[in-house]
Design a protein around this ligand. Structure first.
Ligand code: NAD
Ligand code: TDX
Length: 322
């Protein structure tokens, strides 16, 4: 088991980062947590502002492409959890260049800084990849799932940049023996998600009785996981995984977008007539589904006993309160 004195998180003011840092502060005894975040439109310092007086937490406003800053921060950390990214597929379709800058070049900057400041490869570097690097699955073969050895066949500009970074991380492990780990998680939901992603966007619209723009025929399938389950998996990987390993993370919960949308409307007691079928996302991935046998067997990780419906209801109600 690895113990950590000082974790550096990149992108901690985003959705998963906020939940992750709150979990680290409340449920671990890691003494120091530094959060490097550029505060893009998706990052909100207010998410964690109550922690800023906590001596265990330090916020650094900066960019992962700032090499001198990154060198300094990596030098004083003993592990890095890299989750800063441009994360929205629709934005990557409009303009991929910020995705290339942050997701590919930013990851390269971190890896170069790691190589310079940690020549003995003592520091664990966990890259938060995504199941979207595998591309998509057909709708008519439910037995198919992505395993860690499935080929990387990304289809959106977002997924292509995440896959490029995933491969760079692997290359640094093989070439320089960097102490890397990679996780590829399915679609997360929970509090603090920016309202461009389907769940918070649809809650937001429904509350104002505005149409919910459902892409295409609404039959695309996503494999949903509650964000806290992703977080316990990340901690299991950081603490117990052998260097160089890659793990899928998911909780076997495939739902078609139309069913998800109807559940959200049901929880909010709003009519299905708010659903508006709109033009499909270009290149819209049909289905994601991850096989999570490896992390369960090797690390003994399991998602918490809960149901999707309960977690969704909690999440929707959380958005009602903000
Ligand atoms: P998010 O968009 O909510 O947050 C991203 C954060 O990164 C923001 O706080 C933003 O300010 C910061 N950031 C962006 N560019 C930066 C830069 N150049 N330098 C420093 N900080 C920068 O994203 P999220 O949903 O929390 O996702 C976090 C990570 O998890 C991403 O790497 C994403 O690819 C991955 N992931 C997300 C999901 C999901 O369902 N949300 C699933 C699998 C993997
Ligand atoms: O308005 C919408 N209407 C709609 O039908 C939006 C925003 C989405 N959708 C559909 C597209 C997808 O099939 O809902 C599904 C989910 O879409 P998003 O919330 O944009 O997520 P997705 O494209 O699946 O990607 C997410 O999961 C994997 C995250 O944004 C990624 O960062 C993560 O890697």
């Amino acid at each position: 088991q690895h113990h950590f004195n000082h974790l550096l998180i990149t992108g901690g003011c985003g959705f998963i980062g906020t939940n992750f840092i709150r979990h680290l502060i409340n449920h671990t005894d890691i003494p120091h947590i530094t959060n490097l975040d550029a505060l893009t439109y998706a990052g909100n310092r207010q998410n964690l502002v109550d922690l800023e007086s906590n001596p265990r937490y330090t916020f650094v406003h900066g960019n992962i492409n700032d090499r001198p800053l990154v060198n300094k921060l990596i030098a004083s950390a003993d592990a890095i959890v890299h989750m800063a990214a441009e994360s929205h597929v629709d934005r990557s379709i409009i303009d991929a260049s910020p995705f290339t800058q942050t997701n590919i070049l930013g990851t390269q900057t971190l890896l170069d800084a790691l190589r310079e400041t940690d020549p003995k490869n003592n520091k664990r570097f966990l890259y938060i990849s995504t199941d979207e690097v595998y591309g998509h699955l057909p709708l008519n073969q439910p037995e198919l799932k992505f395993s860690e050895s499935s080929p990387l066949l990304p289809r959106s500009p977002y997924a292509a940049t995440k896959a490029a970074a995933d491969l760079l991380v692997q290359a640094h492990h093989h070439t320089y023996k960097a102490n890397t780990l990679i996780t590829r998680c399915s679609n997360n939901f929970g509090p603090y998600q920016y309202p461009e992603k389907i769940i918070p966007l649809f809650v937001h619209n429904a509350l104002q009785n505005k149409p919910l723009p459902l892409y295409g025929d609404g039959l695309n399938i996503r494999d949903w996981i509650y964000v806290d389950n992703h977080i316990t998996a990340l901690l299991a990987v950081l603490q117990y995984a052998p260097s160089g390993e890659i793990y899928n993370i998911g909780s076997n919960c495939e739902i078609a977008n139309i069913d998800l949308t109807q559940q959200i409307l049901y929880i909010l007691n709003k009519p299905n007539t708010l659903i508006e079928y709109v033009e499909d996302r270009p290149g819209h991935d049909l289905r994601y589904a991850v096989d999570v046998t490896k992390i369960k067997q090797q690390l003994g990780w399991h998602p918490h006993e809960s149901t999707f419906n309960k977690d969704l209801e909690f999440t929707v109600n959380w958005y009602l309160k903000i």
